[in-house]
Design a protein around this ligand. Structure first.
Ligand SMILES: CC(C)(COP(=O)(O)OP(=O)(O)OC[C@H]1O[C@@H](n2cnc3c(N)ncnc32)[C@H](O)[C@@H]1OP(=O)(O)O)[C@@H](O)C(=O)NCCC(=O)NCCS
Length: 178
């Protein structure tokens, strides 16, 4: 039986395991999934990402969690929180992010997972402020921020995307738990 950290009606959110590498690499090499990222990820980069998430989880008890459909056990991507330290006027901060494989889009999964993460962050982790950002062109992602009750904070030029004219302008949303 898989041990989930968060369970929703349809989804289970958990720490990463080595068997995620293959499906995660496949989705990270899908042009459509990666349309708002500077490049596709190699298998080695995916492995580094998984290791980074496992380490973050060990240290902080959260990360961008791996997401499964509970009924089938299928891994569909990630949703969760992460500490961010890049240069900006809102970092260091904790952000919430999501990336799902193409075949799972359009079922409300990202919104369902993200809502449960916000609840978990407030109730179990005592996190009182969460940010989320996406390139202004990534309307699917910005729609989720709105659907989960985040509010517009600012526009921001991401230092990691500064050489990418298409992606560098980002929208920042936030959620404050009182
Ligand atoms: C952004 C992303 C995670 C959105 O995934 P998603 O699961 O399709 O998103 P949602 O949860 O918003 O669901 C989308 C639609 O499913 C539909 N849906 C179908 N069944 C549903 C159900 N049972 N419950 C809720 N919504 C349902 C809804 O109509 C919803 O759209 P609407 O709110 O406009 O009506 C996905 O497009 C993705 O992985 N993109 C690539 C990675 C990426 O860009 N990440 C962000 C980087 S900043």
């Amino acid at each position: 039986m898989t041990k989930y950290i968060i369970k929703t009606e349809r989804l289970g959110l958990r720490n990463w395991r080595s068997s995620d590498l293959e499906p995660f690499t496949k989705m990270s090499q899908d042009e459509e999934v990666m349309s708002y990222f500077p490049k596709l990820l190699s298998k080695e980069e995916c492995n580094d990402f998984i290791k980074r998430m496992q380490l973050h989880f060990k240290k902080f008890e959260f990360c961008y969690f791996a997401v499964d459909i509970i009924e089938t056990g299928e891994f569909i991507g990630f949703t969760g929180m992460l500490n961010q330290n890049y240069k900006s006027n809102f970092t260091p901060c904790i952000d919430i992010g999501w990336r799902l494989k193409r075949s799972s889009w359009g079922n409300g999964y990202a919104t369902e997972a993200a809502k449960s993460c916000l609840k978990y962050a407030a109730n179990e982790l005592n996190i009182n402020k969460i940010y989320s950002l996406a390139p202004i062109l990534n309307t699917n992602s910005i729609a989720i921020m709105k659907k989960i009750g985040m509010t517009y904070d600012s526009k921001f030029y991401h230092p990691a995307l500064k050489d990418d004219d298409r992606l560098k302008e980002c929208m920042v949303y936030k959620k404050i738990n009182y």
